[in-house]
Write a protein of this length. Structure first.
Length: 141
């Protein structure tokens, strides 16, 4: 899980400086999903192991699951969603539980790409599908 978090952090670190608050919040949110999908594709074995976990969320904030910034993948997603609220792009009343919906959608695509019927897609198609999915999540939350 820590490797997943580090990949997500790397995507967030690549967000350019100088963006306005709204654009920066959107870019950090998108980076979380993009990093998650990138990790699944680059490290499918580790991805499978990372999500073969106990049946509850007790591990979601374990320090063992944290990247260099001290946050787990789930916490990075939550922080990115909080940033959308703080920048006025996600109404506060729609924030509770949004991480479960975003995570479910991105995780579903990741599994379809590495183990399911989408595993034969060209890498460009896979990247585009991921970006379109993140677009859909952004519009939906």
């Amino acid at each position: 899980m820590a490797e997943v978090a580090r990949t997500m952090e790397a995507e967030q670190a690549a967000v350019p400086d100088g963006l306005d608050e709204k654009a920066a919040a959107r870019a950090r949110f998108r980076a979380v999903g993009t990093g998650y999908l990138r990790f699944a594709q680059e490290e499918p074995g580790l991805f499978r192991i990372a999500f073969h976990v106990p049946g509850d969320m007790t591990h979601a904030s374990d320090s063992d699951a944290s990247g260099a910034g001290g946050k787990s993948p789930f916490e990075l997603l939550g922080g990115a969603l909080d940033g959308l609220v703080e920048s006025g792009q996600l109404p506060a009343d729609r924030r509770p539980g949004a991480e479960f919906l975003a995570w479910s959608a991105v995780h579903g695509l990741a599994v379809l790409v590495i183990d399911g019927p989408l595993r034969g897609l060209h890498p460009t198609q896979t990247h585009d599908a991921g970006q379109h999915l993140i677009d859909m999540i952004e519009r939906g939350v």
